[in-house]
Design a protein around this ligand. Structure first.
Ligand code: PLP
Length: 324
């Protein structure tokens, strides 16, 4: 992502426990790779990182409320101020260094064009002036429109750095990079834009063990509600992974796993703790064997109907994380 970001610095979105991978493991590795700007959504997430990295390198995207201004200043992470009210709170508290989010057209979070004035911004010590793209994963006119609006909105504001691009935004080209990019998904193996596909490899590889192997006769149903019926005698393995681990029901009759290099389709419903797969083509399967669950995010998203983001953030804490 740093190479693709050209002359811009590269930050990292590590909110939602680094998209489910585990922020305590992810953040030190990104720090080692040279990342110095970390984005979380909540103050509790910033606090959890305080022993790992300087808090001044953490930005809290949701900003502040009256209740957390004092704790925010004490922690030393900088808020991303999103509303005139948040700006007023920060000024009144003499909060110091901060970031400001401008809404250039996503109409979700940030100061809109109609709210922006030099008086509003006056007196703030702004490090990063941010905006966020609504449709960076599509080649649509909205991207250029947001770019033009951000340039216009930010031109009179004095800030150390400007930042626009998330992962997909990086692929839109250098016009979108400004001083700092903010990838999230791409760091964790997601390709939100087709231009990024060749640059990104899979990061998360779920594995599960075979608990039982059985031969199912033609005409027999497999799993809850028998949503799969064996067309011929089929060797079925039951694996210890299910929707409670984050392997969602969308993979029912559509996901697949690899055992000894053989593709084995998921048969029937995904249960809470179990899936059933067709291992008829596997030469010598055995109870206790580990299987790779096919989880390349683009394909997994298409086959499950669940977004790449949700596939990652849905991985439950029950699944042990091993770092290789
Ligand atoms: C989550 C988030 C990002 C990262 O987005 P990806 O699409 O995961 O790269 C960047 N900026 C903001 C403001 C975000 O909320």
């Amino acid at each position: 992502m740093a190479a693709l970001s050209g002359n811009a610095q590269t930050g990292a979105a590590v909110k939602a426990d680094a998209y489910g991978l585990g922020a305590l493991e992810v953040v030190p590795r990104l720090w080692q790779a040279g990342c110095r700007d970390f984005f979380v959504a909540h103050w509790g997430e910033a606090e959890a990182l305080a022993d790992l990295i300087p808090t001044s390198s953490i930005a809290v995207l949701n900003g502040i409320t009256e209740q957390d201004v004092a704790a925010a200043m004490e922690l030393g992470a900088a808020p991303v101020l999103n509303t005139p009210h948040q700006i007023a709170l920060w000024k009144a508290a003499n909060g110091g260094r901060c970031h400001v989010m401008l809404d250039s057209g996503i109409n979700r979070l940030g100061i809109g064009p109609e709210q922006l004035s030099s008086r509003l911004i006056e007196g703030l010590n702004i490090d990063i002036l941010l905006t966020h793209l609504a449709s960076a994963d599509e080649d649509v006119p909205q991207n250029a429109k947001q770019l033009a609006r951000f340039v216009a909105m930010s031109s009179d504001i004095s800030a150390k750095r400007r930042s626009m691009a998330n992962s997909a935004g990086i692929a839109l080209g250098s016009d979108y990079h400004f001083d700092l990019t903010r990838p999230g998904l791409a760091l964790y193996g997601g390709a939100a834009h087709s231009h990024l596909r060749s640059s990104i490899s899979q990061v998360v590889q779920p594995q599960a063990r075979i608990l039982q192997i059985r031969d199912v006769a033609a005409g027999e149903g497999v799993g809850y509600n028998a949503t799969y019926t064996a067309q011929k005698e089929t060797t079925v393995a039951t694996l210890a992974i299910g929707y409670a681990d984050g392997y969602f029901r969308g993979f029912s009759n559509s996901g697949s796993v690899r055992i000894d290099g053989v593709e084995c389709p998921v048969l029937g419903r995904v249960s809470m703790d179990l899936i059933t797969v067709d291992i008829s083509a596997v030469p010598s399967p055995a109870e206790g064997d580990w299987c790779d669950i096919n989880f390349e995010l683009g394909n997994a998203s298409r086959s499950s109907g669940v977004s790449q983001y949700e596939l990652l953030t849905g991985l439950s804490r029950r699944a042990e994380r091993l770092w290789l």
